[in-house]
Ligand binder design. Sequence first.
Ligand SMILES: *[C@@H]1O[C@H](CO)[C@@H](O)[C@H](O)[C@H]1NC(C)=O
Ligand SMILES: *[C@@H]1O[C@H](CO)[C@@H](O)[C@H](O)[C@H]1NC(C)=O
Length: 383
Amino acid sequence: MVTEKGFHFQTHVIVLVFFLISSSLAPCSSSVAAIPFKQIYAFGDSYTDTGNTRTSTGPTAFNYVSNPPYGITYFHHSTNRYSDGRIVLDFVAEALSLPLSPPYRIPTADRAHGVNFAVAGATAIRHGFFLKNNITFNLVRESLQTQLVWFDKILESKGCRDLKTTPAQCKAIFGDALIWIGEIGANDYTCSLGSTISSDTIRTMALNSLSGFLQVLINKGAKYIVVQGLPPAGCLTYTFSLSSPEDRDEIGCVSTANLRAATHNKLLQIRLDGLRKQNPQAVILYADFYNSHLELVRNPRKYGFKQQFRACCGYGGGQYNFDVFNTCGAPSTGSCSDPPAYLNWDGAHLTEAANRVLADSFLNGTFCSPPFKYLLRRKLEEH
Ligand SMILES: *[C@@H]1O[C@H](CO)[C@@H](O)[C@H](O)[C@H]1NC(C)=O
Ligand SMILES: *[C@@H]1O[C@H](CO)[C@@H](O)[C@H](O)[C@H]1NC(C)=O
């Protein structure tokens, strides 16, 4: 049944692509490919990581990602994805008829269709900033900057420095490439909680880092870019254990954490507007992770979910099945019997079932601005 749903979802988008091709290119030659993109280059943290992290190298919380039951629903073994199955990026790749995005750290993987640089625990702000401020809790070395260094190695191997000095080489790489920037910044806030650094400082620095990163990519030739905002962290299981029981909003999520994410997202969208004005040749979409996830928390049953807060995978007790010292994958933990009935997988990350709905809502026009079909249309007009 899961596969069948996946099939319908994929068909839906392919039909959309066909429709766009036939409606925008008048005498439609039969040789026109139905696949609008040939590569996906992805960046981000654990929400987008398809295997760059390992239990031994990942963040200290949620550090059993290499163990079962991670992957149980779809891959039937751990692929070092923080889910019971596929993540949003996987559903995006499937919808575009592309193979699942290979992690950069597996150098033998086929890179013909792009690479995924996202790493669990990654921050938007460079690592050195946290070190300088004695913030080490749950921190990994890889930031957005690291991911750019990795991407640069690939670009340089293909002769692309930037659009000005090596236009042909860069156009060859970016002409058919979708750039997917998964959520980045949530870890910056989490790891600096309780430190002397204010969330205002984190917000400004994280947004500076992300917009600088985007401008660098655009200068290199990136044209089709999707940027995911922050999730409603206050609706994630682990946040409940970090907050006082009074700190709740009308749907039961942690108010302060959601307010922090919403403020960040509002300013992120202003930054994206600025980038659009400065770079009219690039198509920049905002994927509204926050409201897409919130829709599921508000109306779980409408999407087939029974539990919006309780984690599916955990130690087996309490109201939420979550213990920060005994997270999913630790020896005495296990999966619930019906993962598709849960939004939350391990306390911080979502189930495959939830990820599928999120991806659908980004691609079908509901939670992407401008809509994904606008990006497809712009892409088709180029050729
Ligand atoms: C970081 O910790 C070191 C050693 O404990 C201390 O000397 C230094 O002042 C601290 N720095 C900050 C910015 O708190
Ligand atoms: C888009 O996806 C969302 C989430 O799955 C769904 O609620 C909505 O009905 C879909 N809209 C269309 C136009 O298919």
